[in-house]
Ligand binder design. Structure first.
Ligand code: AMP
Ligand code: ZN
Length: 459
């Protein structure tokens, strides 16, 4: 395998060469757990899940350390807990669990390690102390700030000049800063706000230092891949580079910076603040997780992806076709040595998921036409192998066609009606048996009478 990946740091596609030829370390910024995740938040989770799957194929399951953190201390969390009248612990436990459930429903495997910011406060205090000791940070009015003038290469990752940085969003102007671009490493907490003792008084860490410290704890001072959505390039990742390189005296923090583009709604970034968001949870009540995932993969990860219900419907139809192919191959055992090399080649080319999906559909068309049993077994193996790389086609076809949604008739209700129809036929009450079939058809349920009895499909 030769993975090529676009590196934000060099602004070009590069061949991926890990620092250690046998082991890969990847850190992806995880959620701030204050509320349900929206489908935009799920985009980096799904994309980096694909990248982790690909790396595990090449380097082996035990040689890829995929770390995704949980930000469980941040001002949004403090505000949300207060507004809900709930403790911070209760809020972060509840929303972390919901995040895990939602991402699993989207077919994302758990990362190898999932550090929480609150487990690393001591390490943060230590790193901030190091930065002060090396002249890269200073204390002011209970805050500790990173001194951007102390780092000549500050701004290199994002390619911003000083004026852009100051004018840019999220740079807070405050009187105690030596330079408006300086950013907070530690801030004071009033007695009613969560805080920890530190040499600079009781307070809490800034968001950026959390990721510098958690990535160091799990992967070391420098590592291979760092990922997240493109909104994190500045200031979050720029500031992580500054903190980590200055604290460790290294020139490089992560070798490859990988950023996904935005999931949009009518051309605008989906976000909580704009109010144009749909939670993963809401969407899962309307469509199977695999259909949401396939829709996510329909655009290249660096391009914007406009989220529409038509797109989700199309993805569901595409999966119906793939599962129909798989179902028609039920008479042969999959050749487990078969590899979907076209799917893999597309993914190795900067995670080209649209091209990988085209390759998967081509396998399905070929399988539909093939009659030779050995070739069919090989195509079945390839379909399953390609599906696994993409995190789809993971169900038994019958389970897929039986999937329940909140707003449709349930599988149990369908089974009851099928039993009633069989009885109606036995009683020669054909008007009733036809009525049952027609009613189900109207609800998107197709009955198929075969030698083994009646089966059904939700399409
Ligand atoms: P947040 O909890 O806002 O820090 O976001 C968690 C992750 O989701 C980060 O990697 C963000 O870059 C990413 N993200 C947030 N909104 C979107 C969006 N609309 N499209 C793609 N990625 C997003
Ligand atoms: Zn981060």
């Amino acid at each position: 395998m030769t993975l090529h990946i676009y590196n934000t740091a060099s602004r070009q596609k590069e061949k991926f060469v890990p620092r250690d030829p046998k082991n890969v370390g990847m850190y992806v910024c995880g959620p701030t757990v204050w509320d349900f995740a929206h489908i935009g938040n799920a985009r980096p989770v799904v994309i980096f899940d694909i990248l982790a799957r690909l790396l595990r194929i090449e380097y082996g399951n035990d040689h890829v350390n995929y770390v995704r953190n949980i930000t469980d201390v941040e001002d949004k969390i403090i505000d949300a807990a207060k507004a809900n009248g709930e403790s911070i612990d209760d809020l972060t436990t509840r929303t972390t669990e919901a995040f895990h459930e939602d991402m699993a429903a989207l077919g994302a495997l758990p990362p190898n390690r999932e550090p929480r910011a609150t487990e690393h406060i001591e390490d943060m205090v230590e790193m901030i102390g190091t930065l002060i000791g090396k002249g890269h940070a200073y204390e002011a009015e209970g805050h500790v700030l990173f001194d951007v003038q102390s780092m000549p290469t500050y701004g290199k990752l994002s390619g911003r000049n000083r004026d852009d940085m100051i004018a840019g969003a999220r740079v807070e102007i405050a009187p105690y800063k030596k330079d408006p671009a300086d950013f907070v490493l530690w801030k004071p907490s009033t007695p009613d706000i969560v805080g920890w003792d530190s040499p600079w008084g009781r307070g809490r860490p800034g968001w950026h230092i959390e990721c510098s410290v958690m990535s160091k704890a799990e992967l070391g001072d420098t590592f291979d891949i760092h990922g997240g959505g493109r909104d994190l390039i500045f200031p979050h990742h720029e500031n992580e580079v500054a903190q980590s390189c200055c604290a460790h005296g290294e020139e490089t923090f992560a070798q490859y910076w990988v950023h996904n583009g935005f999931l949009t709604v009518e051309g605008e970034k989906m976000s909580k603040s704009l109010g144009n968001f749909r939670t993963v949870r809401e969407l899962l009540a309307e469509a199977p997780g695999e259909a949401l995932r396939l829709n996510m993969l329909s655009a290249h990860y660096r391009q914007p992806l406009d989220w529409t219900s038509d797109g989700v419907k199309q993805s569901k139809t595409n999966l119906d076709r793939l599962y129909t192919s798989l179902q028609s191959l039920s008479d042969v055992d999959a050749d487990l040595d078969a590899v979907a090399s076209d799917v893999q080649a597309a993914l190795e080319d900067d995670i080209n998921t649209p091209k990988a999906l085209t390759a998967l559909y081509a396998l399905s068309s070929a399988a539909n036409k093939e009659t030779d049993p050995e070739s069919r077994a090989r195509l079945k193996g390839k379909l399953l192998s390609g599906g696994k790389m993409l995190g789809v086609l993971l169900q038994e076809p019958t389970d897929w066609f039986h999937n329940d949604t909140d707003d449709g008739i349930s599988g149990d209700e369908i089974d009851t009606l099928i039993a009633e129809r069989i009885q109606a036929k036995a009683d020669k009450n054909y008007a009733r048996s036809d009525e049952i079939r027609d009613n189900l058809k109207e609800q998107g349920i197709t009955l198929e009478d075969g030698a083994g009895g009646t089966t059904w499909k939700r399409v």
